[in-house]
Design a protein around this ligand. Structure first.
Ligand code: ADP
Ligand code: TRP
Length: 323
């Protein structure tokens, strides 16, 4: 039994990339592991500064997780800001983090290159993420490929801190599911809310149909053979189909004679069916938001005990406790 931790930003509506890279795996882990799953609303503030929306997105993301099967009795499930000790730890860790380490963050550099004017929060984002991970002595961090470097930064910070103060922190490992490392969006780039190319998990029927029909493909004629490995549509299809169906489609691609329109229709049906039970649970949960808030608050209460223990050790180690 390992301690597994990961968080997701409630900065927008959760999509298939979030589901397959992170949420699905996390929900499976709750059965056999010590699971820590949380909504990183402090992190979301680096890009979202509309209080009403942040509040709303946080509840919506909690509803999504619960509808998809996260069980708050089995897992630790909470909203980051309900354990504000993490910001204190983040400050302490910042003092053990070299500027160069943060300057090498590719995620930061990519955002700047895309024209985002960075705030200081965006720059120090990996330090807060390190605090998230180290606070709870997490061992395994399931994330998409784009987050791997952030976990490596966490390791560097923890090793540096432990080098000075002894074995205070557990050194975590990132866990990337290689076969689904990058889920393509409808335009073929990485699916991301910042690229406006997402298919959301709980998309309504009409809009799901529209988005699936818009998935970009090449213009190979129906009768010609097609390369399944270079096709976005196939990459999405295999996430939803069992291996028999996937292999059958692979054959039809290679033999030729199948049109993308036909595949899209089938994919739409698969996605719609796949999330049907969760959609039903979501409807019920959305009708009792009070209960969702109570679940998050209880989760924070339970988890905060661990944070208090870590902060006590850290404050003593660095010299913030005095007599
Ligand atoms: P977004 O790119 O939409 O802002 P986030 O950065 O909030 O998504 O991602 C939350 C989690 O989901 C992370 O673990 C991230 O690696 C994963 N993730 C998001 N989009 C994808 C994708 N298209 N493919 C694989 N993993 C993804
Ligand atoms: N940076 C992560 C993302 O955007 C979210 C995150 C914050 C996280 N703290 C974390 C992920 C701790 C894993 C562990 O996806």
């Amino acid at each position: 039994m390992a301690r597994i931790l990961s968080g997701i930003q409630p900065s927008g509506t959760l999509h298939l990339g979030n589901y397959f890279a992170m949420m699905k795996r996390m929900i499976q882990y709750q059965e056999e592991h010590d699971l820590f799953c949380f909504l990183v609303n402090y992190h979301a503030m680096t890009s979202l500064q509309d209080g009403e929306r942040l509040r709303e997105n946080t509840i919506e993301a909690a509803i999504d997780f619960l509808a998809l099967g996260l069980d708050p009795e089995k897992a630790h499930f909470w909203a980051q800001s309900d354990i504000p000790e993490v910001t204190e730890l983040s400050w302490i860790l910042a003092c053990y983090t070299s500027l160069g380490l943060l300057e090498r963050s590719t995620s930061y550099k990519d955002k700047v290159a895309r024209g985002i004017v960075p705030n200081a929060g965006l720059f120090t984002y990996p330090v807060l993420m390190a605090a998230d991970i180290l606070m709870y002595n997490a061992e395994i961090i399931p994330v998409g490929k784009d987050q791997k470097q952030h976990v490596e930064i966490t390791r560097d910070i923890a090793l540096r801190f432990n080098g000075v103060h002894g074995e205070v922190f557990t050194i975590p490992e990132p866990q990337i599911a290689e076969e689904i490392a990058v889920i393509p969006g409808i335009d073929g780039q990485k699916m991301s809310k910042s690229y406006d190319n997402t298919i959301n998990i709980f998309e309504d029927e009409k809009s799901l149909k529209k988005k699936v029909m818009r998935i970009v493909t090449d213009s190979t004629p129906v009768e010609d053979p097609k390369d399944p490995e270079r096709c976005n549509l196939f990459a999405l299809y295999r996430l939803f189909a069992d291996s028999g169906k996937t292999e059958a489609l692979r054959d039809r691609y290679i033999r030729g004679g199948i049109g993308y329109g036909e595949v899209k229709k089938e994919l739409f049906g698969l996605i719609w069916e796949f999330f049907a039970p969760a959609r039903e649970r979501r409807r019920e949960l959305a009708g009792d938001r009070g209960e969702v808030v109570r679940i998050l608050k209880r989760g924070a209460e339970k988890t905060r005990v661990i944070a208090a223990g870590t902060m006590d050790r850290v404050r003593r180690a660095v010299g913030l406790v005095y007599r």
